[in-house]
Design a protein around this ligand. Structure first.
Ligand SMILES: [Zn+2]
Length: 493
C-alpha cells in the first residue's frame, strides 16, 4: 500500500491562509509547478533556498508514493528590468553589455543554474520548459483572453484589463490586496503609456526596432509579458487545474496574482488548489543586496572566497542549515548559524555511521516505531523540517546512549532505525554523508584556484595551448571552468 494512504499531509495554502488537508485532484498523482529562474545572471542564494524547499517537497511527495509531475520553468525572455511592463528585457540588457547573443546569456546562466543545484544535490524536475519554447501557446492564450473581453490591444501591445476583470472576479485574491488600494497607491499614467489603467499588465509587448528577441503575432512583432509564460506552461503540462503552485514569497504579487487572473480570464477557473510560498533568505539580519555589499553568491559560499564568512562550507552543511528552518520562515544566514549547523551535521553523520556497529539486545529501551511516526508527523505538518531534524537528534541521542551502554536496542528495531534514518536524512532532506569530504573540498578548491590562476597567466602570455590544456584536463576529471566577465569559477559534476 502506498504510504500516502496512511500519512496525511497538511499544506499551508497561501490562498486561504490556512493549513489544509492535502487532497490531490487525481488519486495518487500530484501536479506541481514552481516558478524557475530568469537566466540573466548567476543564481541568487535566496532562489537556491526557494528551489531547495520545493526539492524537499518533491522528495517527500515521491517518498509517500505519489506519482509527481514537477514542472519548473526557465524564464529566457519577457522578464523586464523593473519586473513591471517597462524597461529593457533583463536578458537582452546583459547580452548588450557583454556584446554577445541573448541566447548565449541564456545558455551560460542555465548551465550555471544547473551546476549550482547539482552541487546542493537537487533532483531534476520532471519537465523544465522555457518561455521561448512556448510562444505559440502564449499567443493562443492572449487571443482567448481578448475574445473573453479581458484583454485589449493598443499600438501592437496587448494589456490585461484589471478593472474589467475585477468587476466579476477578485484581483488580489492571493495577495490580499484590494484594487481600490492599488489605485490609490499608484501614480496616474503620464500619458506615455498605452494602458487604460496603471494596474493593467502586459500580455504582449510590441518590440522596439532594436529589441533582438522578437516573435510574430497577430498584434505585432514582439514578445510575451512575463506573467503569461507560467500560465501557459503550467496548464499545458499539468492541466487547467492542478495541485500545487510554488515560488518565492516575492512572486506572490504581482506575478502569481496575474497568473490567477489570466487563467480565470481565459478558462474561467482558478488554476491552483494549493499555493505555496517559500520565505526569504537574509544575510546577517538584513536583506541581501548587491548594491549594499550585503551579498554572497553560492560559489562564494562554497569556496570561502568572500569577506562575510569565516570559512568555506560544504554544500551538505548549507543544505542542512537551510533545512533547519521551516520553508515559510525567514532564514538568516550567518557564520555562527552555519558553524552550528556544521557541528550538528557532523554529529548526525557520525550517528548514522555508528548504526552499523551498534550492539543489539533482545529488547529496546526506546520506542523506535513511535519515533518514526513522529518524523512523519513533522513532515505531514506542512513539511516541518526543523521538527523533523529535532526528532533526528533524539535518535542521535539514543544511538549514542546505546553505544555507551546506558540504553538498549533490539536487532529488529535497529533495522527499522537504520532504514528510517536513511530515508529521512538522505532521501528526504537530500543530504549526502560528506563530513569526511568537507576538508577534501577545501583542498580541492585551493588546488583548482591555483590552476585557474596559472591558466590566466597562460592566457595573458597568449599561450592558449596551455590554457586550453588546463581547461580540458580539468573537464576530464569532472571539473568545469566557467568564464565570465567577473572572472572564472569552477563547478564539479
Ligand atoms: Zn512564474
Amino acid at each position: 500500500m502506498q504510504l500516502y494512504k496512511n500519512q496525511h499531509i497538511k499544506v499551508y495554502n497561501s490562498l486561504t491562509g490556512k493549513k489544509e488537508p492535502f487532497e490531490t485532484i487525481t488519486e495518487g498523482n500530484v501536479g506541481m509547478y514552481v516558478c524557475g529562474p530568469t537566466v540573466y545572471s548567476n543564481v541568487h542564494l535566496g532562489n537556491v533556498r526557494t528551489f531547495m524547499s520545493f526539492d524537499m517537497v518533491f522528495r517527500y511527495l515521491k517518498h509517500l508514493g505519489y506519482k509527481v509531475r514537477y514542472v519548473r520553468n526557465i524564464t529566457d525572455a519577457g522578464h523586464l528590468e523593473n519586473d513591471a511592463d517597462a524597461g529593457e528585457d533583463k536578458i537582452t540588457k546583459k547580452a548588450r553589455l557583454e556584446e554577445i547573443e541573448p541566447m548565449e546569456i541564456v545558455q551560460r546562466y542555465t548551465v550555471d543554474f544547473h551546476n549550482v543545484l547539482n552541487q546542493f544535490n537537487f533532483l531534476p524536475p520532471s519537465i523544465e520548459p522555457t518561455a521561448t519554447g512556448h510562444i505559440i501557446e502564449q499567443i493562443e492564450l492572449i487571443s482567448t483572453i481578448i475574445d473573453n473581453g479581458f484583454g485589449y490591444e493598443v499600438n501592437g501591445s496587448v494589456y490585461f484589463d484589471v478593472h474589467k476583470y475585477n468587476e466579476t472576479n477578485n484581483y488580489g485574491i492571493l495577495s490580499k490586496r484590494k484594487l481600490e488600494d492599488l489605485i490609490h497607491n499608484t501614480r496616474a499614467l503620464d500619458g506615455q503609456s498605452d494602458k487604460k489603467n496603471p494596474q493593467d499588465f502586459a500580455l504582449w509587448k510590441k518590440a522596439e526596432p532594436t529589441h533582438i528577441m522578437r516573435w510574430p503575432s497577430p498584434w505585432s512583432d514582439g514578445f510575451p509579458g512575463w506573467h503569461l509564460e507560467c500560465t501557459a506552461m503550467s496548464t499545458k503540462y499539468l492541466g487547467e487545474q492542478f495541485d500545487i503552485h510554488g515560488g518565492g514569497m516575492d512572486l506572490k504579487f504581482p506575478h502569481h496574482e496575474c497568473e490567477i487572473a489570466q487563467n480565470q480570464a481565459a478558462k474561467g477557473k482558478s488554476p491552483v488548489n494549493y499555493w505555496m510560498h517559500a520565505n526569504m533568505l537574509e544575510l546577517n539580519g538584513s536583506r541581501m543586496s548587491k548594491s549594499t555589499g550585503n551579498y554572497i553568491n553560492p560559489a562564494e559560499l562554497l569556496s570561502g572566497k568572500n569577506d562575510i564568512l569565516s570559512k568555506a562550507y560544504n554544500p551538505n552543511v548549507v543544505r542542512f542549515f537551510m533545512m533547519q528552518s521551516a520553508y515559510r520562515s525567514v532564514l538568516d544566514l550567518t557564520d555562527n548559524g552555519l558553524l552550528a549547523s556544521e557541528k550538528g551535521f557532523n554529529r548526525l553523520m557520525n550517528a548514522v555511521d555508528d548504526l552499523d556497529n551498534l550492539k543489539t539486545l533482545n529488547a529496546s529501551s526506546f520506542d523506535v516505531k513511535a519515533w518514526k511516526q513522529t518524523c512523519y508527523d513533522a513532515m505531514n505538518d506542512d513539511f516541518n523540517t526543523p521538527i523533523l531534524i529535532a526528532n533526528l537528534f533524539e535518535a542521535v541521542n539514543h544511538i549514542n546512549a546505546v553505544k555507551e551502554g546506558s540504553k538498549t536496542i533490539s536487532s529488529e528495531d535497529l533495522e527499522v532505525f537504520k532504514s528510517a534514518l536513511h530515508t529521512f536524512v538522505f532521501e528526504l532532506l537530500g543530504l549526502n554523508n560528506a563530513k569526511d569530504s568537507a576538508e577534501g573540498t577545501e583542498k580541492l578548491s585551493g588546488a583548482v584556484e591555483l590552476l585557474i590562476k596559472l591558466r590566466q597567466e597562460a592566457r595573458a602570455n597568449k599561450d592558449f595551448a596551455l590554457s586550453d590544456q588546463i581547461r580540458d584536463e580539468l573537464a576530464e576529471v569532472g571539473i568545469t571552468l566557467n568564464d565570465s566577465r567577473e572572472g572564472t569559477t569552477f563547478s564539479t559534476n
